[in-house]
Design a binder for this molecule. Structure first.
Ligand SMILES: *Cc1c(COP(=O)(O)O)cnc(C)c1O
Length: 392
């Protein structure tokens, strides 16, 4: 069947700078009507023009113009070949791990989002995959762990929640020496601050729920691929698992992306102010923040990112202080998640990292006094005032 389609031609907008690209997306406007706001194609299926002519759209599980606009925009922003939007970050990682086979060895960051750990251990280990957790902020650890059957290296940098930073270029070099596919979960920094595909990664993933959406109102996931090697794999995942993001949620992400640059700047500058304040507080024992000049990965960050993001973790002096902080915050919200306009405090021990075995958690330092904070875009004076009264 021949396809005749208004939505096929888009300009990669290579002449534009990043802050303009987030605003103008891939097509930007609707090519048929000129609608400035990209339409929400709330449809399951598409009418064919005649016996042998279609619009290129067959069925929304496979293709939907609103999802496609989001995917093309993400591919432009991450400087990749193609992107895929899923119903959650978890669904994106399920689709990614769908390329693994019985007998494959996979290396993941040892300090990892709990849900990713759960996919590995509860689903793919059962299928015969062997997962190993490595602190890749020391490249020697990765070199020592690589095996002939290492199929994938999966990196978070900075890590969640310990904010460890790994050298993406060096990890790429090691992974590729062993012919492993190298994946970076770029949820924490977004392409505004870090573009892993330009530093050697093969695939970038996001929990689109976080900074990409930015407003704590959608669950979504994104995969971006560097070239066409895994294109068929991800199309097949969307087609067979039926895990593509719906048109309304895709539109909310397109809408959220327009302010990505502004939001990331504010998250970044607020986090710097709050991290420095936390460090001086007598009840705060240790602050984990990638933007401190004495952070172990500071020089690496300067070489591969243009900012440190909005995430901070810290250890308090006692469980009582932690309990008081989480109960007494007023403007700041005690909730699981990150990357939105509101400042959120999270208790990794029982929330995001509950799935991580106790021995690994302890080794990392995730204890009963450990707090993670996602700095929002409010006035930093209000964030500090709230922390001050809640810490007591
Ligand atoms: C939240 C998160 C995920 C999971 O994404 P969901 O959208 O919640 O399914 C994966 N990785 C990181 C780093 C996250 O913060």
């Amino acid at each position: 069947m021949r396809a005749e389609c208004y939505y096929d031609d888009y300009d990669k907008k290579e002449n534009l700078h990043f802050d303009s690209k987030v605003v103008h997306g891939a097509l930007g406007c609707d090519p048929m009507t000129g609608s400035l706001s990209f339409p929400i194609f709330q449809t399951a299926t598409y009418k064919h023009r005649s016996f042998d002519v279609s619009t290129g759209y067959l069925y929304s599980r496979l293709q939907n113009p609103t999802r496609q606009e989001l995917e093309r925009t993400m591919a432009i922003l991450e400087e990749g070949f193609e992107a895929f939007a899923f119903t959650s970050g978890q669904a994106a990682h399920m689709a990614l791990f769908g390329m693994l086979k019985d007998g494959d060895h996979i290396i993941l960051s040892d300090d990892l989002y709990g849900g990713t750990f759960r996919i590995a251990e509860d689903i793919f280990r059962e299928l015969g995959c062997d997962f190993e957790y490595v602190d890749m902020s020391d490249i020697e650890n990765l070199e020592a762990a690589m095996k002939d059957n290492t199929k994938m290296v999966f990196l978070e940098t900075p890590t969640n929640p310990m904010m460890r930073v790994s050298d993406i270029r060096k990890v790429a070099e090691v992974a590729h020496k062993w012919n492993a596919v190298f994946v970076v979960d770029n949820t924490f920094l977004t392409p505004y601050f870090q573009k892993p595909l330009t530093l050697g990664a093969d695939i970038v993933t996001h929990s689109g729920t976080k900074y990409i959406c930015g407003h704590n109102d959608v669950i979504a996931g994104i995969v971006v691929i560097k070239d066409d090697t895994y294109s068929d794999h991800f199309h097949m995942q969307l087609k067979s698992r039926g895990n593509g993001l719906g048109p309304m949620d895709s539109w909310l992400l397109i809408r959220g992306l327009k302010t990505l640059s502004l939001r990331m700047e504010k998250h970044n500058s607020n986090a710097k102010i709050v991290a420095e304040w936390l460090r001086k507080h007598p009840k705060v024992k240790k602050v984990y923040y990638a933007g401190f000049e004495d952070h172990k990965g500071y020089q690496i960050s300067l070489s591969q990112t243009t900012g440190f993001g909005g995430m901070i973790s810290f250890e308090l002096d006692s469980l009582d202080t932690a309990r008081k902080l989480l109960s007494d915050v007023k403007m700041i919200l005690f909730a699981e998640s990150l990357g939105g306009t509101e400042t959120l405090v999270t208790y990794p021990l029982t929330q995001t990292h509950e799935s991580i075995p106790a021995d690994i958690r302890e080794k990392l330092g995730i204890n009963e006094r450990f707090i993670r904070i996602s700095i929002g875009i409010e006035d930093p004076r209000d964030i500090i005032a709230d922390l001050e009264q809640a810490l007591g």
